[in-house]
Write a new protein. Structure first.
Length: 503
């Protein structure tokens, strides 16, 4: 059977008149329109020389045309490579040189700066702006709507997504048609998605969350999504009376809670609030439930594995956990030294296996071999444990683990204690180079208002609650924690900023 994800998507659509995407301006694109417009775009790509297996790289703002470009690339049997809109020309140089795409799509304003690098890598440059206009759209407008979707095997590549990689070179995760389709199928079932669902889509589409989780799950369900160019709390609350699902990063929920209009009435039509990509504070989960009556459903995934665990749709959605493995996905917690599976309750390395797990890193066989075991388990780099009810808890990235005086300290444990103190908005606990201890446990805190809490207060509160070696040596205060576009706290930036503290 043809495993091309577009064919599978299309064959599941019962009503071609149904709305697939509604733009912020109110334009409605039906599933029938989507077939025609992806057909035109696929023909345009083929005219530009794109062949099956070629990469099509895109650094473009969020627009319906950008989603059409993704689907058209996949229809043409090529490999979609979305790039963060925040990347600088120097960073783009690296990605283009590494992935050698046949076509590079960018904003017209950036085309001049990027043309040479693209041409050097053998890529043709075409343009697409935030309004969906550009030389690519022009080429598609002139092309026929009929396009025979290129048959693909489930192991053929559909997308190449570079990891955000805070250390070393960013790696291209190779995702197959089979990876994306199997994950979408598992999520649709897990979250009880139906054609009646209306998603508020406010995520960027250069990342697995907005591109695959949000878009694929919606389109494979024959449901519809309201496409917002960016996160806008007012707009989102205004749409809740006719939407059913919101997918967000934790910062969305924190910011929505800051709006007085968020309450049981404004969220009464909504069916499901989903959070992922970074840890949702248990406090945010509780506040949300108290204000709206909805328990946020937290899930866990990453570029390389797609989604792999989710809190249950029916059953307890437990704050501070990411739920159980999705059907078809195996998750084990192992000893980081030996790789041996650990008993339930013990903290170790989270490893994932299943049809959702990527094929490897693009042209990096050593990195692939180091992180993807021969038996199929991917070593995620996240540390966690299963509790007695089988819910997975993430305690942080392995590289954020602090080793102080020979003891392992998991930042999450200390952050949870600090976050519960009055006068604290949130915290990040990091290890900084220390002459005596190797690393010194250091708390970086965002206070609730200036001088709401002092270093002495924090240290006094933790005394007796945490073993001595876990207690911070110093407590620092900042106005806000550095975060990337997906809401992840960038501890590496904090480590750089305060690196000399104990030296
Ligand atoms: P990315 O590849 O950019 O999606 O980043 C994946 C990483 O985000 C994971 O390896 C985790 O460290 C983190 N992550 C994703 N979802 C969650 C979650 N629900 N709770 C905690 N960390 C998460």
């Amino acid at each position: 059977m043809n495993a091309n994800l577009f064919d599978i998507l299309e064959s599941g659509i019962a009503d071609p008149e149904a709305t697939a995407i509604e733009t912020a301006a109110g334009e409605r694109i039906s599933y029938g329109d989507l077939a025609g417009r992806t057909g035109r775009m696929a023909n345009a790509l083929v005219s530009l020389g794109v062949r099956p297996g070629d990469r099509v790289a895109a650094q473009v703002e969020k627009s319906v045309e950008a989603i059409i470009l993704y689907l058209a690339t996949v229809r043409a049997g090529a490999v979609f490579l979305p790039l963060n809109t925040g990347y600088t020309p120097a960073e783009i140089d690296y990605f283009i040189g590494d992935a050698t795409p046949a076509v590079f799509v960018c904003d017209p304003a950036k085309a001049d700066a990027l043309k040479d690098a693209a041409n050097q890598a053998g890529a043709q440059v075409v343009t697409l702006d935030a309004g969906g206009q550009g030389s690519l759209t022009d080429a598609a407008a002139d092309a026929p709507a009929d396009f025979a979707t290129v048959p693909r095997d489930k192991d053929d590549l559909a997308a190449l997504l570079y990891t955000s990689g805070t250390t070393g070179r960013s790696k291209g995760a190779m995702l197959t048609h089979g990876n994306l389709v199997s994950n979408t199928t598992a999520l649709r079932e897990a979250w009880h998605y139906t054609p009646d669902d209306v998603l508020i889509h406010a995520l960027p589409i250069f990342h697995t969350h907005g591109l695959f989780v949000a878009t694929n799950v919606t389109l494979f369900s024959g449901a519809s999504m309201i496409f917002l160019p960016k996160f806008d709390p007012e707009r989102i609350i205004g749409l809740m009376d006719r939407a059913t699902v919101l997918m967000g990063v934790p910062t969305f929920y924190v910011r929505l809670l800051g709006d007085d209009r968020l309450n049981r009435d404004t969220t009464a039509h909504m069916r499901l609030f989903i959070s992922g990509s970074a840890p949702l504070l248990a406090e945010t989960h509780r506040e949300w439930q108290a204000r709206t009556g909805h328990a946020i459903l937290e899930r866990y995934g990453m570029t390389e594995t797609n989604m792999n665990a989710s809190n249950p749709y029916e059953g307890d959605r437990i704050a501070g956990t990411v739920g159980m493995p999705l059907p078809g996905t195996e998750i084990v917690v192992t000893d980081p030294e030996t790789g041996a599976e650990l008993p339930r309750g013990e903290i170790g390395m989270i490893e994932v296996r299943g049809p959702n797990v990527f094929k490897g890193y693009w042209q990096m066989p050593e990195k692939t071999a180091a992180e993807l075991r021969e038996n199929g388990f991917f070593i995620t780099g996240d540390l966690g444990k299963f509790d007695e009810r089988g819910y997975l808890h993430i305690v942080g990235r392995g590289k954020d683990l602090i080793i102080t005086g020979g003891y392992n300290v998991y930042p999450k444990e200390i952050e949870s204690e600090i976050d519960a103190l009055p006068g604290v908005v949130e915290s990040a606990v990091i290890g900084l180079p220390h002459r005596d201890f190797g690393e010194g446990v250091t708390a970086v805190i965002v206070p609730a208002g200036a001088h709401a809490i002092s270093e002495t207060d924090v240290l006094a509160a933790l005394e007796g609650r945490l073993a001595k070696f876990k207690q911070p040596k110093r407590v620092l205060f900042v106005d806000e924690l550095p975060r990337n576009t997906m809401g992840k706290v960038q501890k590496n930036l904090l480590r750089d900023q305060f690196g000399d503290l104990y030296r």
